[in-house]
Design a protein around this ligand. Structure first.
Ligand SMILES: Nc1ccn([C@@H]2O[C@H](COP(=O)(O)OP(=O)(O)OP(=O)(O)O)[C@@H](O)[C@H]2O)c(=O)n1
Ligand SMILES: C[C@](O)(CO)[C@H](O)COP(=O)(O)O
Length: 230
């Protein structure tokens, strides 16, 4: 399985003055944890890091210190996550028929989840890891007035990995450019193109490290894992 890792952000919500994936949690950088999970996932055979060239020296220094055996390619990121993934798709090896896209910021995803998504994409055209929401979700208008309360039993929080048939995703990204669609995950492009996307049960611990509070939560999860695994 081919894995694209969007890693070209700037971490505005983290308040970071550099790519937040270089921040450390539990003694390793966020991107290091993500790459170690990809290395440990037996289904992953190739890794593409989509990132800003200005970050490549730092990424390469991190990778040099990791026990990686799988090929890692550097792909130029875009101004948005959507553009970054578009670039990543163009850079895939020509033989890639399916792809997993996994946020570099989701450094707690387990190898088992990556493998489960890699197995599941063999049987469908599109999928996402997701978990049922626990809170009641409100749709709120611009003036802060609640407009509706969707039935929670139909609401899932999308995570990554997200998996896709490569040719279909390339077509949907191209249509997104033509239509000016701005999406925050790739599944939304499939949805807009009318292509079915399945859910794969995600992990409650698979948070996207976005704000400083998430760093503290990730630290707790990683230290707990270490205690449990010994
Ligand atoms: N132009 C971008 C923006 C984001 N990402 C990646 O997409 C993932 C999810 O994005 P997010 O968590 O929003 O990261 P940032 O964009 O860095 O955060 P912020 O929105 O707070 O700036 C991250 O791994 C990020 O590196 C990317 O590859 N290219
Ligand atoms: C792709 C994603 O992680 C699914 O929840 C999320 O949409 C990324 O959003 P971001 O604003 O780019 O972090």
């Amino acid at each position: 399985m081919y894995l694209l890792i969007p890693a070209a952000g700037v971490g505005k919500r983290m308040g970071s003055n550099r790519n937040k994936l270089f921040l450390e949690v539990h003694s390793k950088s966020i991107i290091a944890w993500t790459l170690l999970a990809a290395e440990a996932a037996s289904s992953i055979r190739w890794i593409g890091i989509i990132s800003q060239p200005s970050d490549w020296p730092d990424f390469k220094n991190i990778i040099a210190d990791l026990p990686l055996t799988k090929p890692v390619e550097f792909i130029i990121g875009g101004a948005t996550r959507q553009e970054s993934v578009y670039n990543g798709l163009q850079a895939l090896p020509p033989e890639a028929e399916q792809v997993l896209i996994h946020d570099g910021a989701r450094c707690l995803a387990t190898p088992n989840l990556l493998n489960a998504c890699a197995a599941a994409i063999r049987h469908c055209s599109g999928l996402i890891a997701a978990i049922p929401v626990k809170d009641t979700i409100k749709v709120v208008d611009d003036s802060g007035i609640i407009q509706s309360t969707p039935d929670r039993k139909y609401l899932w929080a999308a995570q990554t990995p997200q998996g896709f048939n490569v040719q279909l995703l390339k077509q949907c990204h191209a249509e997104g450019i033509r239509q000016g669609w701005e999406v925050t995950d790739d599944a939304a492009l499939f949805e807009k193109c009318g292509i079915e996307v399945r859910i794969v049960e995600g992990e409650e611990t698979n948070l996207k490290v976005t704000t400083p509070q998430d760093l503290a939560i990730a630290e707790f999860i990683l230290s707990h894992r270490e205690r449990v695994r010994g």
